[in-house]
Design a protein around this ligand. Structure first.
Ligand SMILES: Cc1cc2nc3c(=O)[nH]c(=O)nc-3n(C[C@H](O)[C@H](O)[C@H](O)COP(=O)(O)OP(=O)(O)OC[C@H]3O[C@@H](n4cnc5c(N)ncnc54)[C@H](O)[C@@H]3O)c2cc1C
Length: 468
């Protein structure tokens, strides 16, 4: 093995977390009068750089005045049953405005829009980078490309951390596109290479054998194979977050594009292979139930479900804004015909729809509010947006569960420094983004990119103070 180069900082991963770390390190070191030497590693070729960040729309759970949803810290506490690191969450809350300014100040314009349908986020609105996550990747990578002393190393995989005799991380073993292993010396290392959604063996280990059945929602996160977690644990890191839970989404398995998620299931019914309902589709806004629905489809419904709607469903404006598949629905003039098109028992689907239609209670259907128009005496109930499916042609979308990211990861402090089980720091080692564990039981939507940018930024700035 050769020892090829020496850097002040090596960053593993070119998603939101890694690139934010690289840029903030350069900013801080340059401001302090240093000429930083930085390497940023990416397993993928240049045209596929950016992991999950490349493929996300990157919705941000922020208010119109660019603050984190003020309910998020409490929500993290309640969803996790008190397990989430609340110092970390409060740091996120405090730092989000600076993170948005950081993006804006580095060629990534942030916009804000009102979500037309009910959601659980602040004021019904969301922020996002103009152009989505790829704007973060191209914006921040573009800055690093133009910075002297920074090398972006593509098709280069991190394999193992190197520790000095006193426990300081002082380098990293990598394998480049020539297949050769070499060690990069580093004053500090930021691990930002995602979770283990792209590693079927680790999914099976933590979720059970059926973890292997989960398709990744887009190609990028397929590069996230748990290397960062493994490397950090080998170096003594503690873990956090729930290893046997993941962010699930209901997607159209027929789609030919990434991220074919289907949100308007709240405006119809969802049935399984037996043509039976199994989920209260209207229990809450789609942004707070899409994970539970995806997980249920995977865990208990043989990875297969079908959304059933009608022309009232299709007529909800803007229906297409919440449908991300590129394949048209299956349609039929009758419910029985629809069932035949889906390979379901026609009599069973006719019975399910008839029972559902008969159970609908009084009230006005309003897709833009929690209308409480619900079923009576039906199991499972539908708690909002229950209107009769009686306007042909009927429509159906097949659904399966895709994995977006895993919850379990490395434990850090609120400066993104990696800690051991005894709470001690591992000198020279930082971690940020999906590779760090914070979520338990349920993912509060719109927080993953925000935390990746925020703790990547903090890691880079802190490391610059130590080694810059
Ligand atoms: C389709 C989709 C939609 C999403 N929607 C949202 C949303 O709306 N809002 C939100 O907040 N979050 C969303 N998420 C989640 C969010 O995008 C990710 O959790 C976040 O971008 C993770 O950023 P990261 O930098 O930690 O990891 P990534 O962006 O995944 O980057 C990890 C990088 O590490 C590289 N890598 C992995 N292993 C190695 C190795 N051994 N050596 C070198 N490089 C390696 C990968 O190639 C990649 O470049 C979505 C995700 C997807 C896929």
């Amino acid at each position: 093995m050769t020892e090829s180069a020496s850097y002040d900082l090596v960053v593993v991963g070119m998603g939101a977390a890694g690139l934010s770390a690289g840029v903030s390190f350069v900013d801080a070191a340059t401001a302090a009068g240093h000429d930083p030497r930085v390497a940023v590693l990416e397993r993928a070729p240049e045209q596929e750089r950016g992991g999950a960040t490349r493929y996300t729309s990157s919705w941000f759970r922020v208010t119109e005045d660019r603050r984190l949803d003020p309910n998020l810290v409490g929500l993290m506490e309640s969803l996790s049953g008190g397990l989430a690191d609340l110092d970390y969450c409060r740091t996120l809350e405090r730092e989000v405005p600076a993170s948005l300014d950081f993006l804006d100040g580095h060629a990534v314009e942030i916009t804000y829009f009102k979500q037309p349908f009910p959601n659980r986020n602040t004021g019904g609105g969301l922020g996002m980078p103009v152009g989505g996550g790829i704007a973060i990747v191209d914006g921040l990578a573009g800055i690093l490309e133009g910075t002297n002393g920074v090398e972006l190393l593509y098709e280069t995989e991190a394999l193992a951390l190197r520790l000095s005799s006193d426990g300081q991380v002082d380098g990293i073993v990598v394998r480049g596109r020539d297949g050769q292993e070499r060690t990069l010396r580093a004053g500090a290392v930021v691990i930002a290479c995602g979770g283990f959604e792209g590693n079927p063996e680790m999914l099976a280990e933590h979720l059970g054998e059926r973890g292997r059945e989960l398709p990744v929602i887009a190609p990028g996160p397929g590069n996230n194979r748990g290397d960062g977690i493994r490397m950090a644990v080998e170096a003594g890191a503690a873990t956090a977050g729930q290893f046997d839970m993941f962010h699930a989404e209901p997607v159209d398995p027929r789609a030919t594009k990434p991220d074919p998620v289907f949100y308007p299931y709240v405006y119809g019914i969802v049935v399984n292979r037996q043509a039976k309902r199994f989920f209260d589709e209207g229990q809450n806004s789609f942004d707070s139930t899409f994970e539970a629905l995806g997980y249920e489809i995977w865990r208990n419904q043989e990875q297969t479900a079908f959304f059933i709607g009608d022309q009232t469903t299709l007529g909800i404006e803007p229906f297409e804004a919440v449908v991300f598949t590129d394949v048209a629905p299956v349609t039929a003039e009758t419910i029985g015909g629809l069932a035949e098109g889906l390979g379901l028992d026609p009599g069973a689907l006719e019975q399910t729809v008839a029972e559902y239609n008969a159970a609908i209670g009084p009230g006005e259907f309003d897709p833009y509010s929690f209308d409480a128009k619900s079923t009576r005496g039906l199991e499972p109930p539908k708690s909002n947006w229950a209107f009769p499916l009686d306007s042909p042609p009927f429509v159906a979308y097949p659904l399966t569960c895709a994995i977006t990211f895993t919850f379990g990861g490395i434990r850090t402090d609120s400066s993104a420094r990696v800690v051991t089980a005894a709470g001690e720091l591992i000198p020279g080692l930082y971690a940020a983004g999906e590779v760090t564990g914070v979520y338990y039981n349920e993912y509060p939507a719109g927080t993953s990119v925000l935390r990746s940018v925020t703790f990547g930024r903090l890691a880079g700035a802190h490391a610059a103070g130590e080694v810059g």
